[in-house]
Design a protein around this ligand. Structure first.
Ligand SMILES: [Zn+2]
Length: 398
């Protein structure tokens, strides 16, 4: 986050104050909903439900509708985050916001064209429904700004803070290509033979989570105890998420620093996640099975890893069609589904080459990126992802 002094004109200041007022109104509404919640009542609405309510409120109230939906939605998002922090015991419960105290709002979906430099010390940022607002260009604004927050302190000073994606990591310049395969038994396998595992919960923590989940199932709805158990579960899950995020940051930086080109399977996780659920009129096929698969993928943090790699090594990521990568022998290029003996072991039916299945696939990904053909030779071409689907049992572990 880098903060700059915002210098709105008097008219703009009025418009910014309106945004602050809307953000405060929406936030306080959320606080109130949660304050009225008492054990025994239906649970207080979550973020999605609040967004729905916001849409209704905007339809009803002209003054709210006149404001920016981004400002209002982000206030709800901030509140959801504040509640998560509260349940995570890292922050106090979010409280009522008063006019003139800690006023501000957040704008997301910011593009490069929304920030510009006018002169050495003057920049401008585009604020929805307000227009271009000047700020003091006191240091370089990071490229690729994704969002920003506008705040007004008690002294009436305005600031804008830009949140950007991380700076690219310089390439080593060795020309080395690495293949990375999304593993199942491990989080990722490298063509160098390294097996990387994202940390999850420790055995003792997992055991505790199971105990808590059983407790939750027994606890009476709305009881005090149930609330406590829920909070404890949320804390454990947050710990797990933090560890995985941390792992993704370290791993992506490490890969971007060590290799010039990083080849990954193009799995389009997002599409897979969505298609499994289907719609009410056309429920997805193998929903249960796919739900297990998706959990596994998401737990491994694969999508996040690829995104961060793209941030840290822009232009150095190659997405490879995953077709055949797991059934092709890296030594002799023979392709056969039977070569994948078990989930973890690749044993070539043609040449007897043995390797860790994920490492073998990672090597194929690397070779494809490097321009070597990893085409089907031998057995019939095995289509798409069908054979990549791991057994459910494996996914439910960790
Ligand atoms: Zn072989």
């Amino acid at each position: 986050m880098s903060r700059y002094r915002l210098q709105p004109s008097p008219a703009q200041e009025q418009a910014l104050l309106v945004h602050c007022g809307h953000a405060r109104f929406v936030w306080n509404l959320a606080v109130e909903q949660h304050a009225h919640w008492k054990p025994g009542r239906k649970s207080a609405p979550g973020f999605a439900e609040q967004c729905r309510q916001l849409t209704e409120a905007r339809a009803e109230f002209e003054w709210l509708r006149a404001g920016s939906i981004i400002v209002q939605q982000q206030a709800l998002k901030d509140f959801a985050q504040a509640m998560a922090n509260f349940f995570g015991k890292t922050h106090k419960r979010p409280t009522w916001r008063k006019r003139g105290q800690g006023e501000g709002f957040r704008i997301v979906a910011v593009t490069m064209g929304d920030v510009r430099r006018l002169s050495r010390h003057v920049g401008e940022v585009r604020v929805p429904k307000v227009g271009w607002v000047r700020f003091r260009w006191s240091r370089a604004v990071p490229e690729s700004v994704k969002s920003y927050r506008v705040t007004r302190d008690r002294a009436g000073r305005w600031h804008v803070a830009f949140a950007a994606i991380p700076e690219p990591v310089p390439a080593p310049g060795t020309g080395e290509v690495v293949g990375v395969d999304r593993g199942v038994a491990v989080s990722a396998a490298l063509s160098t033979g390294e097996l990387l595992s994202a940390p999850g919960l420790r055995d003792a923590e997992n055991a505790r989570l199971l105990r808590l989940q059983r407790k939750l199932a027994r606890a009476k709805r709305g009881s005090n105890r149930r609330g406590k158990v829920k909070a404890a579960i949320a804390r454990l899950k947050a710990r797990e998420t933090d560890r995985r995020k941390d792992w993704v940051e370290k791993t992506s930086t490490d890969l971007a620093r060590r290799f010039d080109v990083i080849a990954v399977e193009d799995l389009k996780i997002r599409n897979m996640t969505r298609s499994a659920k289907g719609t009410i009129s056309a429920p997805g096929k193998n929903v249960r099975q796919k739900a297990g698969l998706n959990r596994g993928i998401l737990a491994a943090g694969w999508g996040r890893l690829v995104t961060r790699l793209e941030h840290k090594a822009p232009g150095r990521i190659q997405k490879i069609n995953p077709r055949h990568t797991s059934q092709t022998c890296n030594a002799c290029k023979h392709t056969a589904g039977e070569s994948r003996e078990r989930q973890a072991l690749f044993l070539c039916v043609a040449c007897g080459h043995r390797d860790n299945a994920d490492v073998n696939a990672a090597k194929n990904v690397r070779d494809t990126a490097a321009g070597h053909a990893v085409a089907a030779r031998g057995g019939p071409p095995l289509g798409g992802l069908a054979n990549r689907e791991p057994q459910r049992g494996l996914l439910l572990v960790g």
